[in-house]
Ligand binder design. Structure first.
Ligand SMILES: [Zn+2]
Ligand SMILES: [Zn+2]
Length: 391
């Protein structure tokens, strides 16, 4: 079975929703107009709507008899990026844009909601979860903490993200890790400031911190099993205010990414040892602040199989990639997968010039993917919540 014809029939309407959302981006926990839009569409369909989890979150509940329950999750937020596109639906809000395709994610889920509310070829409960603040602020964790799954129980929860580079109409899903952890660290190296012409009177935090930056590269290259994955990237180096002064302090910041807890523990321990050891060697001190922000997004085996089966019904065997390498990017759907069984899939956003990379100022969600993604959601529901009650 290809895409669901009944969904394809209202593609133009989905494109209009998507472009409206694209033109009106809102960022973390401020998705007020977005939340209004989503809630209005769900209400039009007769779907019960709850608002206010994680401030702007929306949960739609569609019940059709007794049966299992399933959660389908879309993120809602945009990014603080000035949009470089000039098409008609470009962002009207300076400095903000939907550069990660969450406008498309919301639209695909609304499209599935419309189809499911109209056809009701399932038995059980569907929860449409619209989550704020996926980028940086872990809105997914906030929803879980505020009782998402206690108030709106589900047997399993599924997520989906568009993937540039994957052709439209293609899906990728695998058991195990899909996305990495996102940890952040800050190393404050304290030495002793002095006149730049008298370096022997200083303990130079800049040369010390520079050595630390170099040595941190050995964590991935020398301490990580070559068959495991780890990234340690220093992304900020702040020190000094003027030309002729060696400052007291240099501050390094960065991010580390891993999949497995043992590797994550090792990376944190090595960053600490390297920073402190090098600082000590030079008579300076180093203080590490290490924060585990997002856990790895790890699909449950059974649900990954269910997701692949649904994708296969929509796209056909040749267009379901089951062995795609995971991404070192991160995703706060990880928090939902820690709370309930489930799986996270990628839907192709196309390989054409239009499909720029995620977070690029020229990115745009590919409207051709809408029907495919909405069909996948609908198929997943009809498969997990069969109308005849058999499981
Ligand atoms: Zn993003
Ligand atoms: Zn995203």
């Amino acid at each position: 079975m290809p895409v669901i014809n009944r969904i394809a029939a209202f593609q133009a309407e989905m494109v209009a929703w998507r472009r409206h959302l694209h033109a009106h981006p809102e960022t973390a926990f401020e998705e007020h107009a977005t939340s209004d839009f989503v809630a209005a569409r769900l209400k039009e369909l007769g779907i019960e709507v709850h608002r206010g989890l994680a401030k702007t979150g929306v949960v739609g509940t569609l019940v059709n008899g007794d049966g299992p329950s399933i959660g389908l999750r879309s993120d809602m937020d945009a990014l603080d990026i000035p949009e470089a596109n000039s098409f008609e639906h470009k962002s009207v809000t300076p400095g903000k844009m939907h550069a990660c395709g969450h406008d498309g994610h919301m639209t695909m889920l609304l499209g599935a909601a419309r189809y499911l509310a109209e056809t009701r070829r399932f038995r059980g409960t569907v929860r449409f979860i619209f989550q704020p603040a996926e980028e940086n602020e872990a809105g997914g964790a906030v929803m879980v903490r505020e009782g998402l799954f206690e108030r709106f129980p589900v047997d399993a929860v599924y997520g989906m993200h568009n993937w540039p580079g994957l052709p439209v109409g293609t899906f990728a899903v695998r058991p195990g890790p899909m996305m990495a952890t996102a940890d952040v660290f800050e190393i404050a190296v304290t030495g002793r400031g002095a006149h730049a012409a008298m370096p022997h009177l200083s303990i130079d935090p800049i040369t010390t911190a520079a050595e630390i930056v170099g040595a941190l590269q050995t964590i991935a290259a020398r301490n990580t099993d070559p068959l495991e994955a780890a990234v340690v990237s220093v992304t900020q180096f702040h020190a000094g205010d003027t030309d002729n002064v060696i400052p007291n302090v240099a501050v390094l910041r960065g991010t580390s990414r891993t999949f497995r807890p043992q590797v994550q523990d090792m990376v944190e321990e090595r960053i600490n040892r390297i920073a402190k050891g090098i600082a000590t060697a030079h008579g300076a001190t180093a203080d590490l602040r290490y924060e585990r922000r997002y856990p790895a997004t790890v699909n449950h085996d059974r649900e990954a199989g269910i997701a692949a089966a649904a994708a296969l019904q929509v796209a056909g065997e040749a267009k379901v990639v089951r062995d795609m390498a995971p991404s070192m990017g991160a995703e706060d759907f990880a928090f939902m997968l820690k709370a309930r069984p489930g799986a996270y899939a990628w839907v192709g956003n196309g390989t054409s010039e239009q499909s720029r990379n995620l977070h690029n100022p020229s990115y745009d969600f590919n409207d051709e993917a809408l029907v495919h993604g909405a069909s996948y959601w609908a198929q997943l529901v009809e498969q997990c919540l069969p109308a005849d009650g058999a499981r």
